[in-house]
Ligand binder design. Sequence first.
Ligand code: SF4
Length: 407
Amino acid sequence: MGIALQKLPPMLDPLPGGKVVINAVDFIVNWARANSLWPLVYGTSCCAIEMMATGGSHQDWSRFGVEVARASPRQADLIILAGTIVEKLAPRLVTLYEQMPAPKYVIAMGACTISGGPFYYDSYSVVKGADRLIPIDVFIPGCPPRPEALLYGIMKLQDKIRRESIRHPQRPRPIFNLPLSNAMTVTAKAWEAEEKQKQEQIKEAQEKFKAENPGFKQYQQPRVQKPDMPEISRTPRALPGKPAPELFAIIKGHFPSIEVHNVPEVSAEKIAALGVEYVLDLAASAEQYIPLINFMKHNAALDLDFLIELTAVDWKTHFDIVCHFVSTTHGHKIFLRCKLPRENAEIPSLAAIYRTAEWHEREVFDLFGIKFTGHPDMRRIFLEDDFPGHPLRKDFEDASRVVKRPY
Ligand code: SF4
């Protein structure tokens, strides 16, 4: 239908009354398009919740003709970008946009989508604005924008569609190929110059005012005295399962040289003094790591059958591997950390003991570059295979991605 419509203007426009017919066709086509937008939802983080709320019964975007939210680009003419776009997702977004049939429209919802938002500075993975990838029709600022703002953005898009004409049909729009990060864009430079000029004008006006009003005294807001708030005592609540001193005693019986983080010359009494809310935080050596974890899993009294988390910390001088275990039968938890050198950091994998370790260890490998010997599939998990370096290491630098916070 689109191609047939495009043939009409050159035929009808020169005829008497022809322009009126084209204007009428424009009106009908635009009315139909603007009031039957089918959105491809692209919710990647918190803004998506607001987008879902907009589609829900209270806000109900169907009232504006935004009807069936699609899960396929082939049946959608509007993509609502709601949330952070990470570098790994960028080529997928471009593919989705390319797969949408024309005419197609894009709404960028929220600060993350518009500019990277709260992740603009110091982030190694967030695209600093969706318009670096695809053309955007409507930007909706906010963090997050409320459903009313999205509805207003949709109405603005509808206004834009109503101004279209079959005389100038939407051509395939360019896929941008801008760097994913660019600290000093032309706009940023212009803004900086404008801001500088404004500051100078303010200073000038202040000095002039002072000269003209030498006796002027600025109003001082009287300070309100802070009321004395009584301290309310809190009753500590005992953690579920076996208490930390008892867990420590069991482990100490089998691993006499075991240490506890931040408790020098540890004993069960010292641990008891830390209170009933203290979670035992073991500091194991690399030699103790596997035997100790095996023991904690298979000892009936400990029964730490679930590895909740395995991560790492970069202390600049060394790495710590940090594991959180829980016993699903007893309810108690134990933390365990193991110190590793920063150079060629490597430690045996826990994948044969806990299946959950597989993905945790891949994450640590991806972000810190720590290797896990014996891991069945030691590959990156979040970042592209050719990502340069490991971004959670304190010495990670990549000027093409990371915009350093200027303050
Ligand atoms: S703009 Fe704010 S609310 Fe929206 S995705 Fe980003 S952080 Fe979340």
